[in-house]
Design a binder for this molecule. Structure first.
Ligand code: PGA
Length: 262
């Protein structure tokens, strides 16, 4: 079992992949997860928003949860193309990813915007997964901890109960590259995040879930699972393959037999 204090969470971010033919994956995963509730891991899939209503129908009365990949910082109005947190919630989402590095770099989303999105999500009843992480250049310059701590401080909305948010540490250079930080490097960042959160929000910081993300695969999931203060993972590419994703879920669960039963 994960040595962190919280119920582990494994999140699968499909990004801009998946048309209706991928709904079969949702059916397969919800059936596999449903037969083994002892796995003791919360599993959330983030398909494109267009698939949420149908996916939500497929996984109703199973433990599989759904999320949106982003939401607007606004409640409603003239924001062509954007989706509000409430819309995602109505479509079947329980979670939403905010501040993914692809949004930070391509759409210039600042910590302030990420914090507004997280606040809007919480008010709509969603749990935001707030992503933070350093670039390769920042790591090479020895700036990993200051960068991550600044993102952490500025991306969590003021006044929220931190038990209502999930943090995903995703080094930008590890996303989609097959390169991962070492166990010691992940350990160092996660311990620093936990300590910072405990200092700022002492009461509930122990239960906040800290995920690792960036090139997680069935072959390396056990190594991340064993790290103290890693309470789950955010998976991109490997979540597009239902069997690989379920193997990662098994690695993070208490019972390591989920994949054997599908
Ligand atoms: P990856 O993506 O698992 O394909 O590296 C992770 C992410 O973008 O969250």
């Amino acid at each position: 079992m994960v040595k962190g204090r919280a119920h582990p969470l494994v999140a699968g971010n499909w990004k801009m992949n998946g048309t209706v033919d991928m709904l079969g994956h949702i059916r397969h995963m919800s059936a596999a997860i449903d037969i083994d509730p002892r796995a003791n891991v919360e599993v959330v899939v983030f398909p494109p928003a267009t698939l949420l209503p149908a996916a939500s129908h497929l996984c109703r009365s199973t433990p599989l949860r759904l999320g949106g990949q982003d939401c607007s910082a606004e409640h409603s109005g003239a924001y062509t193309g954007d989706l509000s947190a409430q819309m995602l919630s109505e479509a079947g989402a329980a979670y939403v990813i905010v501040g993914h590095s692809e949004r930070r770099s391509r759409y210039q989303e600042t910590n302030e915007v990420v914090s507004q999105k997280a606040g809007t999500a919480i008010r709509a009843g969603l749990t935001p997964i707030i992503c933070i992480g350093e670039t390769a250049g920042q790591r090479a310059a020895g700036l990993t901890l200051p960068v991550v701590e600044k993102q952490l401080a500025e991306s969590i909305p003021e006044g929220v109960d931190v038990a209502d948010v999930v943090i995903a540490y995703e080094p930008v250079w590890a996303i989609g590259t097959g390169n991962t930080p070492s166990v010691d490097e992940v350990s160092e960042v996660h311990a620093a995040m936990r300590a910072t959160l405990e200092k700022r929000h002492s009461r509930s910081a122990g239960s906040i879930r800290l995920l690792y993300g960036g090139s997680v695969k069935p072959s390396n999931a056990h190594q991340f699972r064993a790290i103290e203060n890693v309470d789950g993972c955010l998976v991109g590419g490997a979540s597009l393959n239902a069997d690989e994703f379920l193997a990662i879920c098994s690695a993070f669960g208490r019972q390591n037999n989920l994949s054997k039963r599908i």
